[in-house]
Design a binder for this molecule. Structure first.
Ligand SMILES: [Zn+2]
Length: 286
């Protein structure tokens, strides 16, 4: 998400007028945007919940759970099964499977990745926003190179965001719009995936539609939606799954979870990390 880049309120207003609905947004940054109804939703529904505080072992699924569901049945909502060679914590912010949403703040709230690094990719930002954790930076380099080879140039539009930066952004919204409105436009400090170093927003090399609904139709977004899983990334806030993720469609926001898990999610047609890991839906702050 993100909305740090100069947004176009005009397009937002137009969408609202068109009945596109409220924009929620923002775990990322400051602006409010609505996503366009351009893509087909992944099959899924709110998931019942069983927060898994710690480790991976608690998320493991009995062997056999990975088998294909009967025809017509909804996709398995079970977390990674025995087909995955490794399990990771869902609550440790240094884990590639950490789940951060409106029900699950970072612990500690002011977490700072220990291994921030600037990926060797085309940057559209500088400073802390050009950083990612080292694992994600390495994976991003492969992702961007593969996209470029396919003719879809990507830029890194917003990466790491510190607790302090998120606090300033969020408080700015609260002071000008009030908390209710602020919560639709910016993640609360400690609740943004951008603070983990595992997520970033992409732009299109052509520069069009950054952080705007029409980004979904740009080459970078089209390529990422179809191929990002091969490099360990998921489009974290898919179209029409905001009741689960808490955020409207953000075709630019990618999250690293590892190639194995991302591929498993894609193969099983599961759209959100909440469903994949068997966690409760997090449509809003408690
Ligand atoms: Zn983002």
């Amino acid at each position: 998400m993100c909305y740090n880049c100069g947004p176009s309120r005009r397009s937002f207003t137009t969408l609202l007028a068109a009945g596109a609905g409220m924009a929620a947004l923002a775990s990322c940054s400051p602006d409010t945007r609505v996503a366009p109804p351009t893509s087909a939703p992944s099959p899924s529904g709110p998931q019942a919940a069983t927060p898994t505080p710690t480790a991976a072992t608690t998320t493991a699924v009995p062997s056999g759970a990975a088998s294909e569901p009967p025809s017509g049945a909804p996709p398995s909502k079970a977390p990674p099964s025995g087909v995955l060679s490794q399990q990771f914590s869902l609550s440790d912010p240094a884990s590639q499977w950490v789940i951060v949403n409106k029900h699950r703040p970072l612990t500690p709230l002011q977490f700072v990745p220990a291994d921030l690094a600037q990926p060797r990719v085309q940057l559209a930002v500088s400073g802390e926003a050009s950083l990612l954790n080292s694992t994600t930076a390495g994976a991003a380099e492969k992702l961007f190179a593969a996209a470029a080879s396919a003719g879809a140039t990507m830029t890194l539009a917003s990466g790491y965001r510190s607790f302090q930066t998120q606090t300033a952004t969020y408080n700015g919204y609260v002071s000008t719009r009030g908390q209710a409105s602020a919560d639709t436009a910016s993640a609360r400090p400690g609740f943004s995936e951008h603070q983990t170093g595992w997520a970033f927003d992409i732009g299109d090399g052509g520069g069009a539609c950054s952080f705007e609904p029409c980004f979904a139709d740009q080459p970078a977004a089209v390529w990422a939606k179809a191929n990002a899983y091969k490099y360990g990334f998921v489009v974290r806030y898919p179209w029409m799954l905001n009741e689960i993720t808490g955020y409207y469609y953000e075709p630019w926001h990618l999250r690293f979870i590892g190639v194995e898990a991302a591929t498993d999610m894609a193969n099983r047609g599961i759209g959100t990390l909440e469903e994949y890991f068997g966690l409760e839906a997090a449509p809003g702050y408690p």
